[in-house]
Design a binder for this molecule. Structure first.
Ligand code: KG4
Ligand code: ZN
Length: 400
């Protein structure tokens, strides 16, 4: 079975095709292709993601990206099937009716595409339904529905956060076009999801059964990185910049002149709060030493970045350790864009090995938003629900 994955929940337009053979724990996966177009440069001028700009860019990029994916994947796909001329004519008319108002950019690109005229060797389409930015999500959903109708294949809604969880279980060898099994893990597991929009601790008995046992009460961790970066005069997305400066401070033995809080580190629940960190950084920046041109001294910025990562890492480690103890989980699955951070990975890995808990992190190229994890989440569902799609800015993985 071959699945096309579509992801447009934020500022990455992403498409992937995977093939699945077998079922249950012995199922194997082949990554046929996975492409990500990042809009980060476009949004960096605004210091964050601008939803309507994201929507327009997804509408412009998704069709050429699809064409490239199909071309790149040719050797792994069977022949495409030509669609009947009259059927195609009616389907395109129907598409025009539905998309002309809502998404004219996408419609124009779709009607001009080659792949719309023939059904490729794809059996199902998986699309991120939420959580994410609604205008951005709708582009992926409209694209999925259009292709699903024309090619007559099912369209399966996927939760973005579930994508991050299962993505972390895909071994990195999977990226080299070899059949791969998902990493086996001991249940129950705890998943720590740290991204630009979410910070959650999720208890799971197995894939598909999730319970959120803790979450941020305000800013997500990635958001805290991005806001701190902005206050330090660094561009969006700020996470990698703060991480790089903190690393330089560690290498050069530069210490922070400011102590930041460790929010909720001793609270007796699994929730997080990161907005206080940003406020503390704001006050610190006001007192920061500056050069004669008014720029904050570089050594001070590096020290602060280091202190920020120390604060974040202490909170994450402590709260995750607590949640592991309370839940009796045997495995930690870390996912989301922030999970690429080497310093945080190390800290979490050390804590886990001291407790004999096995920790999983996503392969580097799929730690950020991607469509491979969306196709994979679909492939792991035993009977994927087929129902009408809705973009959801707030929906979370279901408690069941
Ligand atoms: O999962 P993701 O790609 O998108 C969302 O679903 O939000 O996560 C993006 C977040 C951004 O806030 C970005 O600054 C952060 O991940 N990030 C990092 C690093 N690389 C990206 N945070 C800390 N250290 C990094 N190296
Ligand atoms: Zn994400």
């Amino acid at each position: 079975m071959k699945i096309l994955g579509i992801e447009t929940s934020c500022d990455e337009t992403a498409l992937a095709i995977i093939e699945k053979r077998g079922t249950g724990p012995s199922a194997e996966f082949l990554v046929i292709g996975s492409l990500v177009h990042s809009q980060a440069d476009l949004h960096s001028a605004y210091g964050g993601v601008y939803p309507n700009l994201a929507k327009r860019e997804h509408g412009k990029m998704i069709v050429p990206l699809m064409q490239k994916l199909l071309t790149d994947s040719k050797q792994f796909l069977g022949p495409s099937k030509k669609l009947d001329t009259e059927y195609l004519h009616n389907a395109k008319e129907d598409l025009t009716k539905r998309l002309a108002q809502q998404n004219p950019d996408l419609l124009e690109h779709l009607l001009g595409s080659i792949f719309i005229n023939e059904k490729p060797d794809i059996d199902a389409i998986a699309v991120t339904e939420g959580p994410g930015l609604e205008p951005a999500l709708w582009v992926g959903i409209a694209f999925a529905e259009a292709l699903g109708k024309i090619w007559q294949v099912p369209v399966i809604p996927i939760d973005h956060m579930e994508g991050h969880i299962v993505g972390s279980l895909l071994p990195s060898e999977a990226m080299s076009h070899s059949w791969t099994r998902l990493s086996e893990f001991e249940s129950p597991a705890l998943s720590l999801l740290i991204s630009g929009g979410h910070t959650e601790l999720v208890y799971m008995d197995r894939i598909g059964s999730y319970k959120i046992i803790g979450e941020t009460l305000d800013d997500a961790l990635g958001e805290a990185y991005d806001k701190t970066a902005r206050l330090l005069g660094l561009s969006y997305p700020g996470g990698p910049h703060v991480a790089r400066l903190a690393n330089e401070a560690r290498i050069n033995n530069i210490l922070s002149q400011v102590r930041l809080p460790r929010p909720m580190i001793h609270s007796d629940n699994n929730d997080f709060s990161f907005s206080g960190l940003k406020t503390a950084v704001l006050y610190a920046v006001r007192q920061a030493p500056r050069d004669k041109d008014g720029n904050i001294e570089n050594f001070w910025v590096m020290g602060l970045a280091r202190e920020f990562e120390d604060a974040v890492s202490e909170v994450l480690v402590r709260k995750t350790e607590n949640a592991l103890e309370l839940s009796g989980a045997k495995t930690l699955i870390v996912g989301g864009g922030v999970s690429i951070n080497g310093f945080l990975r190390n800290a979490l890995e050390n804590m886990c090995s001291s407790k004999n808990v096995k920790a999983f992190f996503p392969a580097r190229h799929i730690s950020g938003d991607n469509a491979l994890m969306i196709a994979l989440a679909c492939a792991l569902k035993s009977a994927p629900p087929e129902r009408s799609l809705r973009a959801s800015g707030t929906k979370r993985i279901s408690d069941n």
